[in-house]
Design a protein around this ligand. Structure first.
Ligand code: ATP
Ligand code: MG
Length: 384
């Protein structure tokens, strides 16, 4: 009797003739997420089995798999030969000590001498005969003993379905660049887009020495959390210190955030295109703060030349975003109080509905191209 983990996948089966490709990417993603842990992954019709792992690693493996997009559900099962006595021994192991239950059998192997109904009633009867504290309740059982007789002469016996992360395998919807700030929102935005199958790299802009190195470490930690879902991520780090100084020196202070955002978008798009990334992703949510009005978005959008800008949080309230941030394991890091570059030189009254022509007039006071080139020279890349 061997412990195995059954991985069932979602949505992938909807993809018709792309199915093979989706399954391949999904398999590679699971391999990546289990890297360093002893295991084997085997594909069976419509599911994967994780086998050959150390039982001590079971929880760690499950925890990692819970972060793999494309997984619909997981079960820890006992794998035995398709033999009624062996199946019974396994059923005894997974059966609770007391309460109501039923046995549910799925039989893929039509050569097995008993049909599913017969297997269920045989195993149910035997379980009752060895434990008087359990009772059958087919309509509303407290637990279910699941028996899955596979085609290959083995049977899987288990009692629980754990919900997986859902979504689609990361990498099946291209790859994008997330503008990650150290706040609560952007990691959640990256997580949501990854769930739709997009690989995610990150770019962070800092204003060292106005912002400190802890702020940078915080972003690295956040990108690491995200990378558990994205099967690895590259973090691009770019200094906008001189850009902020120049805006501060030359432009109306009210436009600091607006103009800085436009620089960020331009730089992000250039780095994305150079690295073959197909979209920009931000954590903006409509109307959340002064810079996130539709006018603010129009302003930052208008400097983008080629790529779509994905803003998955646009329809969310802050408390929904916080809930997602907690669930993905980013919240405790995001709330650490280190300054983001946008808060440096922050004006008392930022413009809330910036008119494009006013922004462009302010921006014309700067050597935009020169500043972008200089910022790109500060580029640093960390592989996570
Ligand atoms: P977040 O919680 O992600 O910081 P926020 O609600 O604080 O979002 P803003 O600070 O206005 O909103 O930023 C809006 C978006 O702009 C962020 O979600 C992020 O995508 C991007 N952004 C802001 N600051 C930076 C930065 N320093 N580096 C990279 N991207 C940034
Ligand atoms: Mg922020």
């Amino acid at each position: 009797m061997e412990k195995v983990i059954i991985v069932r996948y979602s949505e992938i089966h909807l993809k018709g003739k792309n199915r093979g490709y989706f399954e391949r990417v999904f398999g590679i993603n699971m391999e990546k997420s289990l890297k360093g842990l002893k295991h084997e992954i085997h594909r069976q019709s419509g599911r994967y089995l994780i086998e050959g792992f150390d039982e001590a690693d079971e929880d760690t493996i499950l925890e990692k798999l819970f972060k793999v997009f494309g997984i619909h559900s997981l079960s820890v099962a006992l794998k035995v030969r398709s033999d009624i006595d062996e199946i019974f021994n396994a059923a005894r192991e997974v059966c609770s000590d007391s309460g109501t239950f039923k046995v549910e059998t799925h039989r893929a192997d039509k050569t097995f001498p008993l049909n599913s109904m017969e297997i269920s009633s045989e195993i149910g009867g035997r379980l009752l005969s060895v434990n008087e504290n359990i009772k059958v309740d087919v309509h509303n059982p407290q637990f279910i003993v699941n028996i899955d007789v596979r085609e290959n002469g083995t049977t899987l016996v288990f009692n629980k379905f754990f919900k997986g992360a859902g979504g689609m395998p990361v990498g099946t919807s291209g790859r994008g660049l997330l503008l990650i700030s150290g706040g609560i929102d952007s990691p959640v935005a990256g997580h949501m887009i990854a769930k739709r199958g997009m690989g995610v790299d990150c770019i962070h802009f800092h204003s060292y020495p106005y912002t400190n190195l802890q702020a940078r470490d915080k972003v690295i930690e956040l990108a690491k959390v995200l990378s558990q879902y994205t099967c690895g991520t590259k973090l691009f780090i770019v200094s906008v210190t001189h850009i902020q100084e120049e805006i501060h020196k030359n432009c109306n202070g009210e436009y600091m955030v607006t103009i800085l955002r436009r620089f960020m978008m331009r730089i992000a798009e250039r780095i994305a295109i150079k690295n073959g990334l197909q979209a920009l992703i931000t954590g903006e949510s409509l109307g959340q703060v002064a810079s996130q009005t539709i006018e603010g978005m129009t302003s930052s959008n208008s400097v983008i030349e080629k790529l779509p800008v994905l803003r998955p949080l646009c329809g969310f309230d802050k408390d929904e975003i916080i809930e997602r941030s907690r669930a993905m394991g980013a919240y405790e890091i995001s709330i650490q109080p280190y300054e983001d570059c946008c808060t440096v030189f922050l004006p008392k009254h930022p413009v809330i509905k910036p008119a494009l022509k006013d922004i462009e007039a302010e921006e014309a006071k700067l050597d935009v191209e020169g500043l972008i080139k200089e910022a790109l020279n500060s580029l640093e890349v960390i592989h996570l």
